[in-house]
Ligand binder design. Structure first.
Ligand code: ADP
Ligand code: UDP
Length: 236
């Protein structure tokens, strides 16, 4: 599979067209941003880690009945994916309070919820990805009622599969962000990435943070945390 033209350069990945109109190639970068692009940096080795971790998770999910955009890893930092039209919603699932949930509702981090929560942000950088509810998403025609129901069911199923997976490698899955897209026939599939950039991972025993919060909060050893997550996930 060959790249033809670059279609999009985002904060963490580049997206290329290929000779096949139904397939794209995504290329993961070491660039890191936080706070809607206000904080910028690089995390050495992140592109490779996020590519390999995402592909491992996508294949685990696919095997367990969650349809995804994954097709084939073609190098350490590049993957062939099915082309989708991204539904402009960031779907956030939380199992434990942290980050903007704690800030918004004035609670400490680390409260374990009896049931997971779900929330949506409108994926729009100019507006700063504002929080949005299902009625707003319908009013703005971002997705149909059927699509929102499918997305919610797939997001909660993904959470159950990921929680079980991470428990076995001594990681608490605190929260994470998913993106979904439509294939050309309208089928909803899981797209984008699942990595330490998009999930909060806490070591189950030490509660050490093993994710992008080390970059956001200047906690040090960012590269080491990403490497540790890849090591545990891939079993290397
Ligand atoms: P951002 O756009 O937030 O800066 P990235 O740097 O990760 O994010 O860019 C990757 C872009 O590719 C995102 O906008 C994401 O929604 C989009 N994307 C992810 N998977 C697919 C796919 N299978 N088909 C089309 N677009 C995708
Ligand atoms: N997240 C993400 N991209 C975003 C916003 C959030 O991947 O644009 C992830 C983030 O890494 C965390 C979860 O979604 O795992 C919840 O993030 P939160 O709403 O707490 O926001 P933050 O604290 O990152 O501002």
């Amino acid at each position: 599979m060959q790249k033809t033209e670059m279609l999009y350069e985002g904060k963490a990945k580049k997206v290329y067209a290929t000779e096949n109109p139904e397939l794209y190639i995504v290329s993961y970068k070491d660039d890191a941003t936080a706070f809607n692009g206000l904080k910028k940096g690089t995390i050495a080795g992140k592109g490779v880690i996020n590519n390999r971790v995402t592909n491992y998770m996508m294949q685990m999910l696919e095997k367990n009945g969650v349809p995804t955009h994954f097709v084939e890893e073609i190098s350490d930092s590049e993957t062939v994916v099915k082309k989708v039209q991204i539904v402009p919603l960031e779907v956030i699932i939380r199992n434990i309070s942290a980050g903007s949930f704690s800030k918004r509702y004035g609670v400490e981090e680390g409260i374990v919820f009896e049931q997971p929560t779900i929330e949506f942000s409108y994926k729009n950088d100019d507006l700063g990805d504002p929080l949005i509810n299902e009625y707003h998403a319908l009013a703005l025609k971002l997705a149909t009622r059927e699509e929102i129901d499918t997305i919610k069911a797939l997001a909660f199923k993904t959470n159950e599969l990921m929680k079980d997976f991470f428990k076995k490698i001594n990681v608490d899955l605190v929260d994470f962000k998913l993106e979904f897209g439509r294939l050309s026939d309208g089928t909803i599939v899981l797209a984008d990435e699942i990595s330490p950039d998009t999930c909060r991972f806490w070591d189950s025993r030490t509660h050490e943070k093993l994710d992008k919060d080390r970059f956001r909060r200047d906690l040090g050893n960012v590269e080491g945390a990403y490497q540790e997550m890849m090591r545990r996930i891939l079993g290397e």
